[in-house]
Design a protein around this ligand. Structure first.
Ligand code: OAD
Length: 243
């Protein structure tokens, strides 16, 4: 069985990580233009870093939930598997999903990279950063190679998706039609999420959406599961694995 899973913030919601849109989402009270754009960083890098540090802290203290575990379980049982997540947290990885089966298309919040050159510190994932022991504790970290400001390794509004990660998605899609495409916990705001889901299921594969609410993807899905991901995914995966 060849499987593609696409996830968004809703999958981490039950781990206590806020989503972006919706009634408890970040974008309800905060302005993305002030926090998640290159212009915002140029204007007030300290404010942007404070927001990302607060989120890193929250993610470190969170645990993967039953939805992350179910996806890792599905990956183990599928012949071919790829997860494309828009989430910058590390909860899919901490649930046991190997890196080679996952693409973080919006980056990794634990990566700290140079805003000018290619220099980067790799993600530390959920491992603790002792106070004063890392570049992240410095108010505004600077690049060890070129002295420009360091920034979080995420994709901001108006930026290109990371080329290597895009290529990994494209080559998986080119590798053949999927039997199952599951899209969970995303508003599918970005057209590429819908494109990838539709393309992957084009050969007749089942396209399942797991989301309590309707999204622009819903009209393309064969099966709509209007439940929280941590409830629906373990059941759906159990059914597939026991076939
Ligand atoms: P959103 O916050 O836009 O959407 C979260 C989705 O999860 C909504 O459709 C909710 O209905 C759904 N949801 C909420 N709780 C859920 C649960 N327990 N189980 C299942 N679904 C649930 O998050 P994304 O679609 O991931 O990008 O947002 C996409 C991108 O927009 C993010 O990666 C970020 C953001 O701005 C950048 O910063 C570039």
């Amino acid at each position: 069985m060849r499987v593609l899973v696409l996830t968004g913030a809703g999958v981490s919601a039950e781990s206590g990580i806020p989503t972006f849109r919706g009634k408890d989402g970040y974008w309800r009270n905060l302005d993305p233009a002030q926090l998640a754009t290159p212009e915002a960083f140029a204007r007030d890098p300290k404010l942007v870093w404070e927001w990302y540090r607060e989120r890193r802290h929250r993610i470190r203290n969170a645990q993967p939930n039953a939805a992350h575990a179910a996806i890792a379980n599905l990956a183990q049982h599928a012949d071919e598997f790829l997860l494309v997540t828009q989430n910058v947290d590390d909860l899919h990885a901490r649930a046991g999903l190997p890196k080679e089966k996952m693409v973080q298309i919006h980056g990794d919040i634990f990566v700290t990279k140079c805003s000018r050159c290619e220099f980067a510190y790799p993600g530390r994932g959920g491992s603790p950063e002792p106070p004063g022991a890392s570049e992240n504790d410095v108010d505004l970290p600077r690049c060890a190679a070129c002295d420009a400001l360091m920034r979080p390794g995420v994709v901001w509004f108006g930026e290109q998706l990371p080329w290597n990660e895009l290529k990994r998605v494209e080559s998986y899609l080119d590798g053949g039609a999927c039997d199952l495409v599951m899209v969970a916990g995303t508003t599918a705001t970005f057209g590429y999420i819908i494109d990838w889901a539709v393309r992957a299921s084009r050969g007749g594969g089942e396209l399942v959406e797991v989301n309590p609410e309707e999204t622009p993807l819903s009209q393309f899905a064969n099966r709509l599961v209007r439940e929280p991901a941590a409830i629906a995914l373990p059941r759906i995966v159990r059914q597939i694995v026991n076939l």
